[in-house]
Design a protein around this ligand. Structure first.
Ligand code: ADP
Length: 430
């Protein structure tokens, strides 16, 4: 039935009322005619209301047929219902498309709310983590993934450290790398990627490097021993040759030591509980060693905040600090100044080594911590480096949630600062 304009209905009503008034006046029963007509109209309204209610309760089928304004009301409601059904179908197809797309996604994807409870996950999460619908929905994600460090990482780590690695809860051979993205009102998306292959390859590489370095160390030590004894009773023409051989063998030894140090830091069983590290004591030892290395050729100053201790691994920290101090000595010409500081600053606990040495071109700074990366050898007076020192430093700092800040000006000197989060300050007072 075509929709009519409301003015037509109002016109009809007025016309009907006028006819009734006329009929009432002509018959002398105006009140009775009007009451009768009003009663009939009310019955018709109630009847249509009832049909409307019955149709709405049913929720399906076409709306009832009627006359006048009721016909328009039913038509309009029918139109609205059709539009909302079409919209609903559109939404459903978008949801289905999203669902099949997320199910085809190879990474396990979990949505968690503000309270870290699981609200949605895809098929890969079922395959890699064994999650089930509906049992696991609404559960705390830390109850579902029961890896000891995972809860800590969820609480603070994702702000400091972007990725977290752990074995799959259903198969220890599967290695998962987890990253998280925050969105809307504290909700988080957790993405768990299967990195088993990369993990295994990385392990093979590490083991290979560690084994080769270890195997080479013994023959090299023997070689150095023989060279040492030969250099004691040399014939004149062979002296420079022996010295050259010693120099090269020592260089190889330093390289093997650094490779072994790196693989020790990267080995799976290296992760240990943090301990209270007496940094001032470590630096006092370093002060002595640096004096020997420099042989009085540099002005080396140590400014150490007494009693400032750090939570971490003493051996690793000593190795990182030693590398930075040794670099400053190696890359600072005779007569230069070196300052080593350990103090609490606004941004955190800072260990810094500042030198007045040869400096580093700004284009090389971002790459310095890469393995074997060296700044052009022609500018360096020191050729005994392995190119692994700063990789070791970076690795140690990563495991201590710390950052390495490098500032340098070519020809004027460099400053290497390790910034540890303030939370790593040991609370014990000395
Ligand atoms: P290496 O064993 O060669 O010193 P590192 O990883 O410790 O290896 O350092 C990488 C490179 O960074 C070095 O080759 C050197 O050119 C540069 N470098 C490191 N520390 C300093 C410094 N204090 N002053 C100038 N250059 C530096």
């Amino acid at each position: 039935m075509p929709t009519r304009h409301w003015k037509l209905h109002a016109g009809r009503l007025i016309f009907g009322l006028a006819l009734l008034c006329l009929a009432g006046l002509l018959s002398g029963q105006l009140l009775a005619v009007m009451l009768g007509a009003a009663g009939l109209y009310l019955c018709w309204v109630v009847y249509n209301c009832f049909r409307l209610y019955a149709w709405l309760r049913e929720g399906t089928g076409n709306p009832p047929e009627s006359l006048g304004i009721w016909s328009d009301i039913f038509d309009r409601l029918n139109e609205l219902q059709k539009r909302s059904l079409a919209q609903q179908k559109q939404y459903q197809s978008v949801i289905r498309e999203f669902q099949s797309m997320s199910d085809a996604f190879p990474d396990a994807t979990l949505v968690i709310d503000q309270g870290d409870n699981l609200t949605w996950f895809n098929n890969a999460a079922n395959r890699l983590l064994g999650l089930r619908v509906p049992e696991d929905l609404g559960q705390a994600v830390t109850n579902l993934l029961r890896e000891p460090d995972f809860a800590d990482w969820m609480a603070v780590g994702d702000k400091v450290q972007r990725h977290f690695e752990m074995p799959s809860p259903i198969d220890g051979n599967i290695r998962l790398s987890i990253s998280t993205v925050r969105y809307r009102d504290g909700q988080r998306l957790l993405v768990l990627r299967d990195v088993t292959e990369i993990h295994n390859l990385e392990k093979i590489r590490r083991d290979f490097v560690a084994n080769v370095s270890h195997e080479l160390r013994t023959p090299l030590t023997v070689l150095l021993g023989y060279l040492e004894s030969m250099s004691d009773q040399p014939s004149d023409d062979i002296v420079p040759v022996i010295h050259r051989m010693q120099e090269q063998a020592r260089q190889m030894q330093a390289l093997l030591n650094d490779l072994l140090e790196l693989s020790r830091l990267q080995s799976a069983d290296h992760d240990q509980e943090d301990q209270e590290v007496d940094v001032p004591a470590i630096l006092m030892q370093l002060k002595e060693q640096s004096g020997e290395l420099s042989q009085g050729k540099h002005d080396i100053r140590f400014e150490i905040e007494p009693g400032l201790r750090l939570l971490g691994n003493a051996t690793d920290l000593e190795s990182a600090f030693r590398n930075l101090v040794n670099n400053a000595i190696h890359y600072t010409p005779e007569g230069g100044a070196i300052a080593v500081r350990w103090e609490e600053r606004e941004q955190g606990l800072c260990f810094s080594v500042t030198d007045s040495g040869i400096g580093i071109p700004s284009r090389d700074i971002p790459r310095l911590t890469e393995r074997f990366y060296r700044v052009g050898s022609d500018r360096s007076r020191y050729s005994g480096g392995t190119g692994l020192g700063l990789s070791i430093v970076k690795h140690v700092l990563n495991t201590h949630d710390a950052n390495l800040v490098i500032e340098s000006e070519l020809g004027s000197g460099s400053a290497f600062t390790c910034v540890f989060p303030i939370e790593r300050r040991s609370s014990r007072t000395v």
